[in-house]
Every structure is written in structure tokens, then in C-alpha cells.
Design a protein around this ligand. Structure first.
Ligand SMILES: [Cu+2]
Length: 118
């Protein structure tokens, strides 16, 4: 969990640094609240599946990242709840060919997955 979030202070620090370019500036720095949710992906078969769902989730605007516990088939996704929703993230995974919680996979995409992923 530590590594997962460790870049946030760096990003905030970067903006603080930029903000200090003009000594007069006292602008409020907006605090981004990241929501964290778990997504059950029971049809993950191999590490290629993990890479596929992670790439799909990374394309959703507002997502910070997703850690995948392959043994338990559970993803932990962190996202900006002002930009996206858990449902949108589930739909991105479903569109990549995998069940995500109660959101069912796109069967057409599933049929095109490599043999090891079906
Ligand atoms: Cu696979």
C-alpha cells in the first residue's frame, strides 16, 4: 500500500514548488481525494490477463492505478471519485473481456483473447 500511494506527496510537492515561483502566491492547493475499491475478477487466468485488465483500467480517466492480487483474483483500484466511478472502471474491465464484480464481460472480446486467457 505504501508504494502504491507514495508518489502522491511527490506530485503535491511538485505543485507546491511551482506555486512558490512567485513569493506573493498563497493559492489553495486542491486536495484530491482518492477512492479505493476492490473488484472481484473471477475469470483471471494468467499474468497476461492481469496485464490486460490493468491496461484497460489505466485508460479510464481519473484512475490512479490498480493492484491485482492474482491468487485471490481481486483488484484494488484507486481513483478520483470526482472524475470516474467504480461502475465505469468495472465496465472498462468487462469491455476488455473479463467479469468485474457483477458487471459481466463482453463475450465478443472474450472470444478473441489468447487461449491461455480463456
Ligand atoms: Cu491470461
Amino acid at each position: 500500500m505504501r508504494n502504491f500511494f507514495s508518489f502522491i506527496p511527490i506530485v503535491l510537492g511538485f505543485f507546491l514548488f511551482i506555486g512558490c515561483g512567485n513569493g506573493e502566491q498563497t493559492e489553495e492547493i486542491p486536495t484530491i481525494e482518492f477512492a479505493t475499491d476492490t473488484i472481484k475478477m473471477e475469470t483471471l487466468k494468467c499474468q497476461m490477463c492481469v496485464a490486460t485488465v490493468q491496461q484497460a483500467v489505466a485508460k479510464v480517466e481519473g484512475v490512479e492505478g490498480m493492484r491485482v492480487d492474482f491468487d485471490n483474483k481481486i483488484g484494488t483500484v484507486s481513483y478520483n471519485a470526482e472524475i470516474t466511478t467504480l461502475k465505469e472502471i468495472e465496465e472498462a474491465i468487462a469491455a476488455a473481456g473479463y467479469h468485474a464484480n457483477d458487471t459481466k464481460r463482453d463475450e465478443t472480446v472474450y472470444a478473441t483473447l489468447p487461449d491461455c486467457c480463456r
